[in-house]
Design a binder for this molecule. Sequence first.
Ligand code: CTP
Length: 411
Amino acid sequence: MCAQRLKVTVGVSGGIAAYKSVELVRLLQDAGYDPHVVMTRAAEEFVRPLTFAAITGHKVITSLWSEDAGVGSEADESGIEHINEAQTTQALIVAPATAHVLAKFAHGLADDFLSTMYLATTAPVIMAPAMNVTMWDHPATRANVETLRARGVTFIEPGSGYLACGMVGGGRLADNTAILATLQSVLASANISTNDLTGETVIVTAGGTREAIDPVRFIGNRSSGRMGFALAEAAQRRGARVILIAAPTTIAPPAGCEVICVTSAAEMQAAALQRLNEATIVVMAAAVSDYTVKNATQKLKRDGARTLELEPTADILREISTRRNPGTLVIGFAAETEDILANGRAKLERKGVDAIVVNDVSSPHLGFDSKNNAGTILTKDHEVAIPPTTKAAMAERILDEIKRLRTLPTS
Ligand code: CTP
């Protein structure tokens, strides 16, 4: 499953936050992109082009003029390289974007490679500004941002915090994971896709199952279905055929997936096993009840204290893992409230799966019922921490890890 990586250009301008772009470029690579780097003259005062060249394996473009046009592995063959770079990239991300670069872009100045490339590209442009808070708040900067926004540039607003100038306030470069998530959503809305899951059939389970107590009541859980739906949507966008097995949710499923609606754990088990043969990847994001109620046929009458008799449901994930075809990857989730990683590792082992995404569900702002999530993807040989982010961005990271698992030799 070897897909062409999408080329994205990272424009680095001269702010102290330029060092963070080194990590950004790494993150883009880990997420499956092919980053190329363009630096302004001032950026070179903060980071050496060689650092980017070594990471990306590509020449770093630092000037419009060919004699010193780049540092790295490829020779400069073209006098109109900015046009070539502008036309072959799928997105231009400027991080950090200084006040000076914002002003140049807003006024159409083209006196170096980055500003010239900006005018010459039709690819989506994303800017992550970073500067002193007073500069960021200055009416000139605000006007430049508004001009560029009106022309279709996507801005990742700087965060607040301690700034290199010693002040505290807005102007701090956004988190690299937020920049990555913005890139992914900008590419998705422009219908630019890596297609790196083409040929895969992914079963995703989502939502929270319900176990009837009687014909009108049930035992349920707080799952909204968002994490599973984000996975289904991202997998589909990346070229996979998606079969979405959805227990009750609070939101609508993504368009374009085949959706099988189920209610109870037993129905989810039946649907998953019925379609398992078609799957090359199974991701069990559903919150499945561990217990069901015995004899739930008649409506319970109010009649003093009651005890419900519960019996365990099948462990669908474990069953899928045992019955899967060779080569099918199985990924589970683990909702934990204590000893998160140790419990996750034990679950990875016990369920015989390729990866477990462990969530700490004790935080009220993340996980269940929330648009955001955080966690750690555990595999036999690897541990990827995902700091708090949107479920859409988290879905992309999980699929990236699945892709990595796909490239490992089967044991
Ligand atoms: N799961 C499943 N069938 C069940 C219960 C859970 O397939 N009857 C799946 C979930 O979809 C999830 C994974 O197993 O991918 C882990 O779910 P979790 O509730 O964290 O684990 P449990 O196996 O229920 O273990 P415990 O409740 O003891 O932590």
